[in-house]
Design a protein around this ligand. Structure first.
Ligand SMILES: Nc1nc2c(c(=O)[nH]1)N[C@H]1C(S)=C(S)[C@@H](COP(=O)(O)OP(=O)(O)OC[C@H]3O[C@@H](n4cnc5c(N)ncnc54)[C@H](O)[C@@H]3O)O[C@H]1N2
Ligand code: MOO
Length: 416
């Protein structure tokens, strides 16, 4: 089938950041919305802009437990407490010449122009209030509408609903939202040597760790997983599985079999049902990463991500390249990759011809972050990846020298 995409990279390795841009460009959001209760909205992506339903705060209210008063009425004789205003009370009028005992969140009575915290007040024997220090008009009053006005923009389409955004919607009394439908991802591993954890292992067999890892990475409210299991390195099996995935999923993710050996049948199987947009990224681990599609073109077909078989290469491929495409399909704008410089606490010969993503822990014991290797750096070694706080990003053909600064990508940004 003809590829139909503008540029096909057939030789050489694509730079990590160019590849990431290509992934983002390929990420058209899935069509289809659904209404969900706010309690089920965590992790889902807003399909429409949401406007403020209310003025918030709804009334001028107190930011402190204390006394509401009119500053002009303060006098050496003190002010009698003539009112008590708890949170939840209606708006009252403050009688002239007196002050109100007030609590945090309670409506400031009309006639008061400041709230004095109780720590700045002394009460005399008659219970009159004497204020210590100076207070400006409006002190400790949270004004009606100072956060939002009814009808003004609150959250925009494409926002992933996390705890604070959900609380914001709840604060406006919004009980249901329209979100993008879940992205259906078909997932399979390839390799004759693979068995499921829990199965009896024969010599030469290994447990499928990539699928367990990818399932954990995809365990997200915005994803519906179609688990296609382990496929043999068999062209017919692969062809059938890809056909099923194309019909059922919005995105296909597989691992293994994308390198150059004659047992690597994934690329030819993809090419029979679609094409390859690019194959090969200048990163270690993760070099044989491929973006392909099932159908006539990347723009119109089902995107397919072929991750390398080596487990850490698969992890890196997911975090740096696949995740932004998944986020884009969910309707989000993928966040920019965070990077900041940290000092290396080790020396090491750098990779030739590709950037390296070293799995490191940050040591703060001297007050500034020093990156130390989290363990063995082989792309088959999951131990270091399981301990790492993030990645030290070393440019191609650059040796790591102790005390020198290199880019660091925190693992937390790949959370979900
Ligand atoms: N001659 C060359 N050989 C290799 C090259 C190369 O450029 N020339 N690239 C190497 C790199 S880099 C990587 S990464 C791997 C990727 O190979 P494949 O994507 O084709 O993966 P496989 O050959 O199927 O497997 C590689 C390795 O990973 C293990 N594996 C595979 N799937 C799983 C899984 N689901 N869970 C756990 N482990 C898995 C597999 O047993 C192999 O050990 O190719 C290099 N070779
Ligand atoms: O890209 Mo491979 O992961 O170096 O082993």
């Amino acid at each position: 089938m003809n590829c139909g995409c503008a540029e096909v990279v057939t030789s050489g390795l694509l730079d990590l950041f160019d590849a990431r841009e290509r992934m983002i460009a390929a990420a058209r959001p899935v069509e289809g919305h659904e209404r969900v209760a706010l309690g089920d909205a965590e992790g889902r992506v807003l399909a429409d802009d949401v406007a403020a339903a209310l003025d918030l705060p709804g009334v001028d209210n107190s930011a402190m437990d204390g006394y509401a008063l009119c500053l002009a009425e303060l006098c050496p004789a003190g002010l009698p407490v003539v009112q008590r205003v708890p949170a939840g009370a209606g708006v009252m009028h403050l009688p002239g010449g007196g002050c109100a005992r007030i609590f945090t969140g309670a409506p400031v009575p009309i006639g008061a122009d400041a709230v004095v915290p109780q720590e700045k007040v002394s009460l005399d024997a008659e219970g009159r209030v004497h204020v210590e220090g100076e207070f400006a008009e409006g002190a400790n009053i949270r004004r009606r509408g100072e956060e939002s006005r009814a009808g003004t923009p609150l959250l925009s389409a494409g926002t992933r609903l996390e705890a604070a955004a959900i609380a914001l919607l709840a604060s406006h009394g919004i009980a249901e939202v329209t979100v993008r439908r879940r992205v259906k991802i078909a997932l399979f591993s390839t390799g004759d040597e693979l068995i499921e954890p829990g199965e009896r292992r024969a010599p030469g067999q290994i447990f499928d760790s990539n699928r367990a890892m990818l399932k954990a990475l995809m365990a997200h409210p915005g994803v519906e997983l179609i688990d296609q299991g382990v496929l043999l390195d068999d062209p017919l099996d692969l062809h059938q599985a890809l056909g099923r995935a194309r019909d059922e999923a919005d995105l296909v993710v597989c691992s293994g079999g994308v390198s150059v050996g004659e047992e690597d049948h994934v690329r030819p199987a993809i090419e029979r049902l679609g094409g390859i947009a690019f194959h090969g990224v200048g990163i270690k681990p993760g070099k044989p990463f491929a973006l392909g599609f099932l159908g006539d073109s990347l723009a119109a077909g089902t995107p397919l991500i072929a991750l390398p078989g080596n487990p850490v290469a698969s992890l890196v491929g997911w975090q740096f390249l696949a995740l932004p495409l998944v986020q884009g399909r969910q309707g989000m704008t993928p966040p920019a990759l965070q990077r900041f410089p940290v000092t290396a606490g080790f020396s090491r010969r750098g990779p030739r011809g590709r950037r390296e993503l070293l799995r490191v822990v940050l040591d703060w014991s001297d007050g500034t972050p020093v990156a130390r290797l989290a363990g063995g750096q082989g792309s088959h070694m999951l131990s270091a990846a399981s301990q790492a706080h993030g990645y030290l990003l070393v440019d191609a053909d650059t040796d790591v020298e102790e005390q020198h600064a290199y880019g660091y990508c925190p693992a937390a940004q790949f959370g979900r």
